[in-house]
Design a protein around this ligand. Structure first.
Ligand SMILES: [Mn+2]
Length: 609
């Protein structure tokens, strides 16, 4: 019905008799009388009023009402420059052409914040699962390929990534996982990427991140988003699809790509193939390590004669889970498997990327690539992607894109406004109580006396006044700092403010949001394995590899000179900041939005550039 109303455009002839002001008069009369509730526009009483006032016949009056209803809908949008999201899900007939997905249509529909029919969402999850089930644990790919790190529900930044990294219809992409949680457009991200995967199964490759599991999506906001925008069935279907994601890839036989990092239980690449991956990500073990591990910091690699395992594997305190892997472990693994470097995501970096373990030869053994700029709307970091072509590595950085606003955790406006209401209520209570208390005439001195005389009712009242005014102050801070608190809450998966921030008052709240490092410090808890006691791992070298072999490797390192290391085949590395991309938002994004309803162009499976 809404569709039909939207299309009813031509103004009725009789309206031409009315002056524009008169027509507006009718509209305002209607809006005022019906308290802006459009469903009540057609009351007989109102019709009589309008007929009389503007001297219209019954049929003419019907026409005017129909026309003005449409006008009223347009008029009641306070920000007219901001287009309203599509009211209805994208019809299946527009999404599918036979069994092919219209990717342009889908991309544009999501840009407008549109949704899918439940059945189509389920169908996409099921189909992508079927495609990925056939893939091995370790994909073997060749360049050219664009590698992207964490996306975390930042659909609008994903559009910019496509712009910087190449059109996914004719560019090979490898995604390192963490598509969902934290951001508020995770469903759009996975439905679009899944659709690309279905249409280009040999061009779009997706690995599993630690967030692609039930445990984390329940703790963070992806499940909530699914329930808000779709339903539980869709959430479960997405989880089943996640269980099918492969967990690693090798590019050119030289670059190992995973979400997290190395595991002491994986000494050769073939070990990865042996894992059973069609399940929830385990709490520990090699499968967990690939998705959770982090490279050690430089100071953690320093030589320590008291610790034989320094630089190998040790407990990952920041994650409460898995290991940190050091430069020695990494170099041993790369050498043993004839690899050049590990490429992984999993950690936000100010520049969008980081090169680790440059060591003596200045050859990085590990690259971190993070593709969610201004992570959680708070980190102010850049995003990046890594292009591998002819054994040269090209890192392209990009900045963040503005996106439509959701309150944290899909909170509704009523919950959001509670601090305002609460402040008013407590201030009223405070006034009432203090009036009563004044009548009682208690000064602090009297209070002492009263305490001694055990006048419980008066003391009780006084204490209530004090308690209420404390609560009032608390609500006032909440209300005054609302905007910043909301931002901070965005960093919090469980609607709680980080510990101690509120007690620190306005200064603490603003300081927390000032820089990358502050955001990271406040957000540290979110990087841990949630709702579960920390698992501490004792330091170790590779398991299943004779200690002799690893010790020999250490000795060989001691004897090596910088020149020897420099001889190791090294790729050329180039970093590019995409500052010239500012046109993107104005032109391309606007162009994308006009695509809905435009002529439909389908790029067929297997099409080359
Ligand atoms: Mn991660």
């Amino acid at each position: 019905m809404a569709e039909a109303e939207n299309k009813a455009a031509p103004p009725p002839k009789c309206l031409q008799r009315l002056q524009p002001e008169q027509a507006r008069g009718v509209l305002y009369l209607l809006v005022e009388k019906t308290n802006n509730c459009r469903d009540e526009l057609y009351t007989d009483e109102l019709k009589e009023q309008v007929k009389k006032k503007y001297k219209l016949g019954a049929k003419e009056c019907d026409e005017v009402f129909a026309f003005l209803t449409v006008q009223a809908k347009k008029e009641d949008r306070p920000m007219k420059a901001v287009e309203a999201p599509p009211k209805n899900p994208l019809p299946s007939s527009l999404l599918w052409i036979d069994e092919e997905l219209d990717l342009d249509m889908l991309q544009a529909h999501f840009l407008k914040e549109g949704r899918l029919e439940i059945n189509d969402a389920l169908k996409i999850c099921f189909k992508v699962g079927e495609v990925m089930k056939k893939e091995p644990n370790l994909l073997r790919l060749n360049d050219p390929v664009t590698i992207a790190g964490d996306i975390h529900g930042q659909y609008f930044d994903l559009m910019r990534l496509f712009h910087v990294g190449g059109d996914p219809k004719n560019t090979q992409y490898l995604f390192l996982g963490d598509y969902v949680d934290r951001g508020t457009f995770s469903s759009e991200v996975i439905f679009l990427l899944f659709s690309f995967k279905i249409m280009f199964p040999e061009k779009i490759w997706m690995l599993r991140g630690n967030h692609e599991c039930r445990h984390l999506t329940e703790y963070f906001n992806f499940k909530e988003e699914c329930l808000y925008k779709y339903n539980e069935e869709v959430y479960n279907a997405a989880m089943d699809a996640f269980d099918c994601l492969p967990i690693s890839a090798v590019v050119n036989g030289k670059f190992l790509c995973v979400h997290g990092g190395l595991s002491p239980d994986i000494r050769v690449l073939e070990d990865i193939d042996k894992l059973s991956r069609f399940q929830e990500v385990p709490r520990e073990g090699p499968f967990c390590d690939l998705l959770w591990a982090d490279p050690a910091d430089d100071d953690e690699n320093a030589f320590d004669k008291n610790d034989a395992y320094k630089g190998w594997f040790f407990s990952n305190e920041a994650r409460h889970c898995s290991y940190k892997f050091g430069a020695k472990a990494c170099q041993f693994f790369l050498q043993k498997n004839n690899l050049t470097a590990v490429i992984r995501g999993h950690e936000v970096k100010p520049e969008g990327y980081e090169m680790h373990f440059k060591g003596r030869g200045d050859i990085p053994q590990v690259f971190t690539i993070f593709s969610a700029p201004n992570y959680c709307d708070a980190y102010k970091n850049k995003g990046s992607c890594l292009k591998i072509e002819n054994n040269s590595l090209n890192i392209r950085q990009f900045v963040w894109t503005s996106h439509p606003y959701y309150l944290p955790n899909f909170m509704d406006v009523f919950s959001w406004s509670l601090p305002f209401v609460a402040e008013k209520v407590t201030s009223m209570l405070s006034i009432i109580l203090s009036k009563v208390s004044e009548k009682g005439g208690l000064t602090p001195a009297e209070m002492k006396v009263t305490l001694q005389t055990q006048d419980k009712s008066r003391v009780g009242l006084r204490q209530k006044v004090l308690a209420v005014s404390r609560v009032m102050k608390f609500y006032r801070t909440l209300q005054q700092e609302q905007a910043d608190i909301i931002k901070l809450k965005q960093l919090s998966p469980n609607r709680k403010l980080p510990n101690g921030v509120l007690a620190g008052g306005k200064e603490a709240i603003q300081a927390a949001l000032k820089s990358f490092n502050d955001a990271k410090r406040i957000d540290a808890e979110s990087e841990m394995y949630p709702n579960s006691p920390a698992v501490t791992r004792s330091s170790t070298m590779f398991s299943l590899v004779p200690n002799e072999e690893q010790k020999k490797f250490l000795e060989s390192l001691e004897g090596m000179h910088e020149e020897d290391l420099a001889l190791v085949e090294t790729p050329s590395i180039c970093v590019e900041d995409s500052k010239a991309e500012d046109r993107f938002e104005r032109e391309e994004s606007a162009q994308l939005k006009t695509l809905v309803g435009a002529s439909r162009k389908i790029v067929k499976r297997g099409d080359k550039q």
